[in-house]
Design a protein around this ligand. Structure first.
Ligand SMILES: [Zn+2]
Length: 298
């Protein structure tokens, strides 16, 4: 069932676990993500890239498939660059919007985020903003140690913008870290942010950040972990290892990609601690966990 990220993150914050936010982009990947979440009985957040081909259609696909799902599914525009992209997310019937003005000066970030919050809240949607800046892993020596989120500023930012979730910079980075490198997560900073900031916290750049690091970050207050690169790599690995000698195998291509994606997704539900945390929102209107489990087993 489609629910807002607000609901998913509120449960996660209370339960001290995180929920994987998985890159999507087309019907096959959305199906794979939902199937993996159902296997793990976990809530799921889908990341919708602004560059996805036919963004409006992606919204339709997500709405259709999430409506049939046994687990709670939210769909957020990932790294919306501007107000126009937020309008597109409203039109696509997503549940949440990220506006990312973290590279801009503080005042610009506040003003733009506030505008998107007004739009989103009027449409019954919720907003993730970013303060500090999560940079790129291939430039980790520089990006991994600069622009951390400052707690007092974060409190002020949330108050001034009215945003519903905050992506924080605590030492992770986007993409693929240089070989053999694990990021240094600022756990003390994260603890302080969790204590002071009144909205759920989000970690970007989950891929390659180390299972122990991610699990600890979720225990300390991260409620959403963004993942993309490890899922791409999982798909590629599966494709390379598959036997394609029969011509007929071509028709199974997307199934092979899906399996690679799901292997990585399943792993991260466990790492973040959201496995088994789906609550009852079955499309059949079942009300108790026991009933849901009985139906699944039967
Ligand atoms: Zn990100």
């Amino acid at each position: 069932m489609l629910v807002s990220m607000k609901e998913i993150c509120a449960h996660a914050r209370e339960g001290h676990y995180g929920v994987p936010a998985l890159t999507s982009g087309n019907e096959h990947i959305v199906r794979s993500a939902i199937e993996a979440a159902e296997e793990k009985n976990s809530p799921l957040i889908l990341l919708c890239n602004v560059k996805a081909p036919d963004f409006q259609y992606l919204g339709k696909v997500i709405n259709d498939l999430a409506a049939k799902s046994r687990v709670p599914v939210a769909a957020i525009l990932d790294h919306g660059p501007d107000y126009a992209s937020a309008v597109n997310a409203v039109k696509a019937n997503l549940t949440d919007i990220m506006i990312d003005k973290s590279s801009e000066p503080y005042e610009v970030n506040v003003a733009e985020t506030k505008k998107v919050c007004e739009l989103a809240h009027a449409a019954g949607m919720y907003v993730e903003a970013e303060l500090g800046h999560v940079g790129n892993a291939d430039n980790y020596d520089e990006d991994g140690h600069t622009a951390f989120t400052e707690p007092e500023m974060a409190v002020k930012f949330v108050e001034e913008t009215g945003c519903d979730f905050l992506a924080v910079a605590v030492g992770t980075a986007h993409g693929q870290y240089p070989k053999g490198m694990k990021p240094e997560i600022q756990f003390e900073l994260l603890k302080e942010l969790r204590e002071k900031v009144p909205v759920p916290l989000v970690l970007h750049g989950g891929s390659g950040s180390g299972d122990d690091n991610i699990a600890e970050a979720c225990r300390l207050g991260i409620t959403k972990v963004n993942l993309a690169n490890d899922l791409y790599q999982g798909c590629i690995k599966e494709v390379l290892e598959h036997d394609w000698s029969s011509g007929w195998a071509a028709y199974g291509f997307y199934g092979v990609v899906a399996e690679g994606y799901k292997k990585v997704a399943r792993h991260y539900f466990d790492v973040c601690g959201s496995t088994g945390k789906a609550w009852e929102c079955s499309p059949k209107g079942l009300t108790s966990k026991t009933e849901t489990e009985t139906v699944k087993e039967g």
